[in-house]
Design a protein around this ligand. Structure first.
Ligand code: PLP
Length: 341
């Protein structure tokens, strides 16, 4: 039994509650889950296990190694980056590609077709075949489960959202696809006409909030770090690399087993906060690779070996750090022991 000095507390009830909320917002559409990047850093297998139990049936990963890692759970997985030649040989039975390019469509046809999904670009110019090519018959005869597109600005109120929705809806009768799917987390919050047959939330499952409809979304992941050393710093002394912090008065400092190598990046230097109970413990000086110093005068009882929680509510922490809510989660490193409750 290992016992890391760094752990990521993961709230399984909040995860499932968030999925229920997004499912309800999806109206009559099925609600899937994006679990790429190891479930946004939380651990894809643990996320999938909980969401399957809640009733989720459609999962999305980026690449085939992520699908293979879920193969034994037996859920339906769509691989968003489609198939290269190198992917064709080792594909788990429960996974299908999301074909993204004309070349991938050709490759899939030559291999005999079979169930697939297709991504069509409706204006983001990131990934997907052209809507005009689809309208011209590119996909005719393919056994498509889900035709997808992706919104570029779903977290903003811009005309492009409705334009993309209309372009996508225009393809409804144009393919053999059993289902249509457009909305990510923010897209779900745009209203029921964005839900089509299947929604694909990711960040909101894990505590991300981008729109008012996400207000009921709860935080899932909270980093906790153990105190490695507690020390007294005298007025005028400095703390940390490059002496960016000078103690204005005698103060108590704790040094945490947490640093930028864990994803707690240097933008939290002098800005981040830890908590012990109700006490707020500000980060002081520079975050280093494996260590972070906090002021602990507000928590006199804290000692070496005690644990503190790191403030990590996603919207607030994104605003504080300048990182996106996505980066905050996917950057969390492998030294965290992931502990579910
Ligand atoms: C990552 C991803 C999602 C999920 O997006 P969120 O913004 O995290 O909800 C949905 N669809 C596609 C194609 C994606 O790449």
């Amino acid at each position: 039994m290992t016992c890391s000095p760094l752990r990521l507390k993961l709230d399984g009830d909040a995860l499932v509650g968030n999925w229920h909320l997004l499912r309800d917002l999806s109206g009559g559409a099925a609600c899937g889950a994006a679990v790429k990047a190891d479930g946004y850093g939380l651990g894809a297998r643990e996320v999938v296990r909980r969401l399957v139990e809640a009733g989720c049936r459609d999962f999305f990963v980026a690449v085939w190694s992520e699908a293979r890692a879920l193969a034994d759970i037996g859920v339906s997985v769509s691989v968003l980056h489609g198939v290269r030649d190198a992917d064709m040989a080792d594909r788990p039975a429960n996974a299908r590609p999301v074909l993204d390019t004309v070349e991938q469509v050709r490759r899939w046809r030559e291999a005999g077709g079979g169930a697939c999904d297709v991504m069509v670009d409706t204006g983001m110019n990131r990934l997907g075949v052209a809507a005009e090519d689809v309208a011209a018959g590119l996909l005719d005869g393919l056994a498509i489960d889900t035709l997808m597109s992706h919104l570029a600005c779903a977290d903003e109120d811009v005309p492009l959202n409705a334009q993309q929705r209309a372009a996508f809806a225009g393809l409804r009768e144009r393919t053999s696809a059993k289902r249509m799917s457009l909305a990510n987390s923010a897209g779900i919050a745009l209203g029921s006409d964005y839900a089509f047959d299947l929604t694909r939330p990711g960040i909101a499952l894990y505590g991300g909030r981008q729109r008012a409809a996400h207000d009921g979304i709860r935080q899932v992941a909270t980093p906790e770090a153990q105190i490695l050393q507690r020390r007294r710093v005298r007025a005028g002394e400095i703390v940390g690399y490059n002496a960016t912090f000078t103690a204005p008065a005698h103060m108590e400092v704790a040094v945490l087993n947490l640093g930028y190598a864990d994803g707690y990046l240097r933008c939290f230097s002098g800005r981040g906060r830890a908590r012990a109970g109700d006490a707020v413990l500000p980060v002081i000086g520079r975050v280093s690779m494996d260590l972070t110093a906090i002021a602990v005068d507000a928590a006199p009882g804290l000692a070496e070996g005690d644990w503190v929680a790191i403030d990590y509510a996603l919207p607030e922490t994104a605003a504080l750090s300048g990182l996106s809510q996505y980066e905050l989660l996917t950057g969390l490193g492998s030294r965290f022991e992931r502990v579910w409750s």
